[in-house]
Design a protein around this ligand. Structure first.
Ligand code: GLN
Length: 517
């Protein structure tokens, strides 16, 4: 396998420590699809190589909670048949990891919770069904914060996911397992979900790329619901070249999800090669205020300067209600979660307390024993906010604020094509550092949450390093402007090599090539 030597890349003072390993393969999906098509190795060999690597290191990375060896082997054999018979699609045979929140037939879907530790869904989520139909190979289900509530993956029943760059730090959350799997080279690409930042923030903290599409772009059918008006499925990859073809597979209208939108799916991968448009790029001053680590700010500002040198027209904009996003979200998301999670009652799904004396005790004990502390906190907050007498003061008010936040974005997007800023105010923080302080944990998502409230698409891409750890640049676009975001990011990734850095000791997983010694 050839590695792309990126000699013309920009380098700057925020380079990581010199002992970090650097491979020069900037994207992996184009390499894998080319090798599979040319018969340099087959899907089965590729899958075995990943399964070997997972077996060797997953106990320390803890990114997979279930490794689906048998399904992966069967899927790879199927992919090889399709390739041999000429019926393969472009992604056939490419392995992928899936957050353990997407329902998978015959495979446990635990959603990071003791409550669903024994749950096997009778069907596949639409996104998973589409991956399978495209011939992609499911390697396993990834670790996550319980019911997708968290920013550090420390709320998982299956334990935290250490950051592949530094095992004393968090990988981010809630899709920490998917992000770490890609960063640690244990999956070429992965699916995650993003309700308030759970794709972009772990992507930023793990030094990879992550896309949250427009609300409604990808079906939510078969995703365990957290906050239904905010949840959206998306993709992790090392670069947008890796993400774009997967988005093409999973996006599109689904009659089983009434909030999925019936607009055509674009050729996102091909679109990357179109001549870049001259973009007007807005930099919200509210994204550079108090709480932003100065080294992260310097790195992000340098990335913005790169976008300018590539022809972008930079202007300062305002998103005046940014500070209201966290309070509004932490009313709306818990309110929706308190309703969505009422189905877990010990009767129909998952965990059931033993020897309950009556039905009330069964409900109470099953929920008390099955849910973790953060989930309980949110159910209580949400139930309170929706209760008679408080509904208007909290829930209704939060919905009004949400509308104002969405309007701020629309006003800004009348004058600019893309909004950029930091993804996270800090680099990966210490494991345990914020677990006793929910508010400081919630502040991790200060730049990502408003985007979900507005329903817009956004992307985080590697932009450099601060304190020796990866920093993410966030790009936000208008509804269904995924192709604009991906193109802008691709242009940046062609001019820089931040996405090609791998954590220390991480090698690409590649099978032996046919005909090579
Ligand atoms: N960190 C946020 C929360 O805990 C967002 C989670 C998410 O996007 N799923 O709610």
């Amino acid at each position: 396998m050839s590695a792309t030597d990126c000699t013309s890349c920009r380098r700057s003072s925020n380079d990581p420590a010199p002992n970090l390993s650097v491979t020069r393969m900037t994207s992996i999906v184009p390499e894998l699809t080319a090798a599979l098509a040319a018969g340099r190795y087959n899907a089965s060999a590729l899958t075995e190589a990943y399964l070997d690597a997972i077996r060797a290191t997953n106990s320390s990375v803890n990114c997979y909670v279930t490794v689906t060896e048998e399904h992966a082997r069967a899927g790879a054999a199927d992919a090889d048949d399709r390739i041999a018979s000429g019926t393969a699609g472009p992604m056939t045979g490419v392995p992928i990891a899936v957050k353990d929140l997407f329902c998978t037939r015959e495979i446990r879907t635990a959603c990071g919770s003791k409550m669903l530790d024994n749950f096997v869904a009778p069907y596949d989520a639409t996104a998973v069904a589409r991956l399978k139909a495209a011939g992609m190979v499911l390697l396993g289900k990834t670790n996550m914060d319980e019911f997708a509530m968290g920013s550090s993956n420390e709320n998982s029943f299956y334990g935290p996911v250490p950051n592949p760059w530094d095992a004393t730090k968090v990988a981010g959350g809630s899709s920490g397992g998917s992000a770490a799997a890609v960063a640690a080279g244990l999956a070429p690409v992965a699916l995650g979900t993003d309700t308030g930042g759970s794709i972009r923030q772990p992507a930023a903290l793990c030094g990879i790329s992550g896309l949250k599409p427009t609300y409604g772009r990808v079906s939510r059918f078969g995703m365990v619901a957290y906050a239904s008006s905010l949840d959206q499925a998306g993709v992790f990859g090392r670069s947008v070249e890796d993400i774009a073809p997967i988005l093409e597979v999973i996006a599109g209208f689904d009659p089983q999800d009434s909030t999925s939108v019936d607009t055509p799916v674009e050729c996102y991968a091909k679109g990357l090669t179109h001549a870049p448009e001259k973009l007007r790029i807005g930099v919200p001053s509210e994204f550079f205020g108090e709480g932003l680590d100065p080294s992260v700010e310097a790195t992000v500002r340098e990335a913005i300067a790169t976008l300018e040198s590539l022809g972008g027209e930079i202007c300062e904009i305002n998103l005046p209600r940014t500070a209201l996003a966290i309070p509004a979200y932490y009313i709306i998301a818990p309110a929706e979660c308190s309703s969505n999670l009422s189905r877990f009652d010990g009767v129909r799904y998952g965990y059931r307390a033993s020897e309950a004396k009556n039905l009330d005790a069964l409900y109470q004990r099953s929920r008390a024993e099955g849910f973790g502390a953060e989930v309980k906190r949110r159910i209580m907050v949400g139930t309170y906010a929706l209760s008679a007498g408080y509904y208007d003061a909290y829930y209704l008010k939060a919905q009004k604020v949400r509308r104002l936040i969405a309007e701020d974005f629309q006003r800004a997007l009348e004058t600019v094509d893309v909004i950029v800023g930091p993804t996270s105010p800090t680099v990966a923080f210490d494991l345990g550092e914020r677990t006793d302080d929910p508010v400081s944990m919630y502040l991790s998502d200060i730049y990502t949450i408003s985007v979900n409230l507005a329903g817009l698409p956004a992307l985080s891409i590697p932009a450099g390093f601060a304190h020796g750890l990866p920093v993410g640049l966030q790009l936000i676009g208008n509804f269904f402007a995924e192709s604009t975001l991906l193109r802008a990011a691709h242009q940046f990734q062609q001019a820089t090599d931040w996405h090609s850095y791998r954590p220390p000791g991480v090698e690409d997983v590649l099978p032996h090539e046919e005909g090579s010694p």
